[in-house]
Design a protein around this ligand. Structure first.
Ligand code: NAD
Length: 327
């Protein structure tokens, strides 16, 4: 690699004026596909003081071994499941992630997907384009009066609850880390369910908003889908690994679920697997939850300002870990 001194290494596609401004002052090396090549990534990170990534670059302990000069990682996005956080903190590296920047966009997409399922919008669009005009086939359902179960009452889950209430939905939430006395529940009009199954059993729509952790991997599986009302809809804009996709396929094929909308997949990109892809009652989007102009510029600006702070030797604002003193 030609670059010898490098302040900032960007290993995925990241654009924006804020990055251009950083390039005027600092040495920035960008390769949008570097995340794919472990050996090249390891070589490049050796000289980097800051690493800027999205969700594809896997920051592992072996990669960090090579990152001798690294002081900070800027995560354009929210989920931290591609970063070995204990290993990063152990090496004294700060992780920057503006956690609030995406929540509105992801919540709005979630409501869009709920509406798409309830009113069969993508299927109606597909057929209408072929000259069909079959209105009865696309008889849908109203959201008003229906029950939405939200799994994970964090930043996004809370915004989804707010939007769903505006549509007149009943909202039940499950989150093992939110207590019944939590102020987060005040004036929200939502009901907290201690057991996930209780929320699932009464919901017409179920939406996943937890992070991907060992505890939540395949939280939605054959058993949980069986607990849901027959014909209910499932929406996932969190992380693909929260769902056992085999179990979801089976629940859709058997009619246990009426439909599903997935913005995230167990493997991304999933390739042309032609399973969910051929189902009329499935809506698929390519992990676009945070892809709005507003969320992207908020996130990139916040990460870029924190990167500059770190490089100037001042503390970051959007830090999400407590690094140990550097060895
Ligand atoms: P957050 O940390 O604010 O909220 C997550 C909530 O999940 C927390 O309240 C936590 O207590 C809860 N939780 C943890 N374990 C749980 C469990 N076992 N069961 C139920 N709830 C549990 O995070 P957020 O900003 O709301 O984001 C949620 C997830 O959405 C992120 O972790 C990320 O994976 C995903 N995300 C996706 C996109 C996208 O483009 N589709 C964009 C941003 C975030």
């Amino acid at each position: 690699m030609a670059v010898v001194t490098m302040d900032i290494l960007i290993t995925e596609e990241v654009e924006g004026d804020a990055i251009e401004r950083l390039s005027e002052t600092y040495e920035v090396f960008r390769d949008a596909m570097l995340w794919e090549d472990e050996a090249k990534l390891k070589a490049a990170i050796h000289d980097a003081r800051i690493l800027v990534i999205r969700n594809q670059t896997r920051v592992t302990a072996p990669l960090l071994e090579a990152a001798e000069k690294l002081i900070g990682i800027g995560r354009i996005g929210v989920g931290l499941d591609n970063i070995d956080m204990p290993a990063v903190s152990e090496r004294g590296v700060v992780v920057i992630a503006p956690l609030d920047a995406n929540a509105t966009s992801v919540a709005e997409l979630t409501l869009g997907l709920i509406l798409a399922l309830a009113r069969k919008i993508p299927a109606a669009d597909r057929l209408t384009r072929t000259g069909h005009w079959n209105r009865r086939e696309f008889t849908g359902m109203e959201l008003a009066g229906k029950t939405l179960a939200i799994c994970g009452f964090g930043r996004i889950g809370r915004k989804v609850a707010h939007l769903a209430r505006a549509f007149g939905m009943q909202v039940v939430v499950h989150d093992p880390y939110v207590k019944p006395t939590s102020p987060l529940l005040h004036d929200t009009g939502v009901t907290l369910c201690h057991r996930l199954e209780d929320g699932l059993a009464e919901a017409d729509f179920v939406t996943a908003h937890s992070p991907l952790t060992p505890e939540t991997r395949h939280l939605f599986n054959t058993l949980t889908f069986a607990t849901m009302k027959r014909g209910a809809f499932f929406i996932n804009t969190s992380r693909g690994g929260v769902v056992d996709e085999r179990a979801l396929l089976e629940a859709l094929r058997s009619g246990q679920l009426g439909g599903a909308a997935l913005d995230v997949r167990e493997i991304e990109p999933p390739g042309a697997r032609a399973e969910f892809e051929t189902m009329e009652n499935v809506v698929l989007t390519p992990h676009i939850g945070s892809f709005t102009q507003e969320a992207q510029s908020r996130t990139v600006n916040a990460v870029a300002s924190d990167v500059e702070r770190l490089l100037r030797g001042t503390p970051a604002i959007n830090f999400v870990n407590f690094p140990l003193p550097r060895r």
